[in-house]
Design a binder for this molecule. Structure first.
Ligand code: 4AD
Ligand code: MG
Length: 431
């Protein structure tokens, strides 16, 4: 008997096949049982007709508990009514392992309960769909950068430096030295860009941020491209093309998942480069016009400000050239102004906030030395980084895209905790 997966059922219409599955849900009457089956590759309905199977098969089907694991044998048929398009006419059932009072039932559960059961919650339809979209974004990311001449480079996770400021570092011991978990691979990616020209990384990053919002994780995954000989405006073009590419890839390859999530795809279809740009100066003016009196030039935006600016557009928007005082030490000054830097944050629509932070980098040795001093950073820890500015330094730019915020936006998940398999949150390290 051929053992197949649900995702391959379309190639076996009319054949009798074997599937390893879990019972997601069940409905039955005296004559027929409908088994909602899942195997990780998809969901399919299994139909058990009392009159067409031996007595004990029907009895077994009726007595199955949610999330028990089974082998089922049956014939694959077409089913025009379901979005999946196929059904299994079940003939035999072999119970592998009975589930024991599975805690997550089709009724509504509170979020803390679901988070405590995250190891099981991942099995549910919506969570499954989000993980599939996450995977598609990762796949499309590799495809996009590989097709555009980038090389994947893996920066270290244990580091001695703090690219994004010292207040949010996870401290650890590295034998008898102090070390930190990486906040960003950027500084290492700059070195790699000088070796390979165009590079990108994809890995976990850590922020000991005491933030408890729907946009903040303690551990999140970041994609960090870095490009030699690429200036600020050119980097924005790469960013808008990249974000358009992943959105369009998800629309194309995750139709079933977006439908299962109830995502309004009309809001995603027109996400195509170019994206609008607004300077920080004009964004402040726009906020004042909209009645936000709580923010002055020189201050950083909060979530309500970002949302108000984003509402103005139906695509992601770049807010460019922030004040030097609220951005990290490595950003290149504006050529005509000393109060702002060549950077941009990309703000997603629909209130999802900043999904990309990026900039051109200081490539002048003296200026970098001065910046390290101004930011009270220990020059010896950054000696190699400074050295890059003495060994054939070139203009270069890069950016970091937060994967979970991007997944949340594209799937319409209301909180980033659902866009990563096992979220690390301010008050949660379990499971
Ligand atoms: O803006 P950030 O801090 O930029 C950097 O780390 C740069 N070194 C990147 C670079 O230029 N190579 O972070 C980049 C992105 C943010 O736009 C956001 O999407 C995400 O990372 N991010 C978070 N996502 C979830 N939880 C958090 N606590 C996050 N902090 C940042
Ligand atoms: Mg940022």
């Amino acid at each position: 008997m051929k053992k197949i997966r649900i995702q391959d059922m379309s190639n076996h219409v009319g054949e009798t096949v074997k599937l390893g599955v879990w019972l997601a849900n069940k409905r039955s009457s005296g004559k027929i049982a409908f088994l909602q089956l899942r195997d990780g590759s998809g969901f399919v309905q299994g139909v058990v007709v009392k009159a067409e199977v031996p007595e004990e098969v029907f009895v077994t089907a009726k007595g199955l508990h949610q999330e028990s694991s089974l082998y089922v044998i049956g014939e694959v048929t077409k089913d025009e009514r379901s979005s999946f398009g196929y059904e299994l006419q079940v003939k035999e059932i072999e119970v592998i392992s009975e589930a024991n009072n599975y805690p997550i039932t089709p009724k509504e559960h509170g979020i803390e309960f679901l988070m405590d059961n995250r190891h099981l919650w991942l099995r549910s339809r919506k969570q499954h769909a989000i993980m599939k979209v996450r995977n598609e974004i990762i796949r499309a990311t590799y495809e996009f950068f590989n097709e555009n001449g980038f090389t994947k480079v893996d920066p270290p996770i244990l580091t001695g430096s703090a690219p994004e400021g010292t207040s949010e570092l996870f401290h650890t011991k590295y034998f008898d030295q102090d070390a930190y978990l990486s906040q960003s691979g950027q500084l290492y990616m700059e070195a790699a860009a000088m070796a390979l020209g165009k590079v990108f990384s994809f890995g976990p990053t850590f922020r000991a941020e005491k933030s408890k919002t729907r946009r903040h994780l303690i551990e999140f995954w970041m994609i960090e491209p870095e490009m030699a000989f690429v200036e600020h405006d050119e980097s924005l073009e790469v960013q808008e093309q990249y974000v358009s590419y992943i959105v369009q890839s998800v629309l194309k390859n995750c139709k079933i998942e977006l439908e299962r999530l109830g995502r309004d795809t009309s809001k995603l279809e027109h996400i195509q480069a170019p994206f609008p740009r607004i300077s920080y100066d004009d964004a402040i003016k726009l906020l004042h016009e909209k009645g936000f009196d709580d923010i002055e030039w020189g201050e950083d935006f909060g979530a309500p400000h970002e949302t108000a600016i984003a509402e103005h557009y139906d695509k992601p928007v770049f807010i460019t050239c922030y004040p030097v005082g609220i951005k990290p030490f490595y950003m290149q000054p504006h050529p005509e102004r000393d109060d702002v830097v060549l950077c941009a944050d990309l703000i997603a629509p629909e209130g999802y906030g900043e999904i990309i932070g990026g900039s051109e980098r200081v490539h002048d040795y003296e200026l970098m030395k001065q910046r390290l001093k101004e930011h009270d950073l220990d020059e010896s820890a950054y000696a190699w980084y400074l050295d890059l500015r003495q060994q054939g330094s070139v203009p270069h730019s890069g950016f970091g895209l937060g994967l979970e915020r991007t997944v949340a936006w594209i799937t319409g998940a209301e909180h980033v905790r659902e866009s990563i398999p096992f979220p690390r949150l301010l008050n949660r390290l379990y499971p």
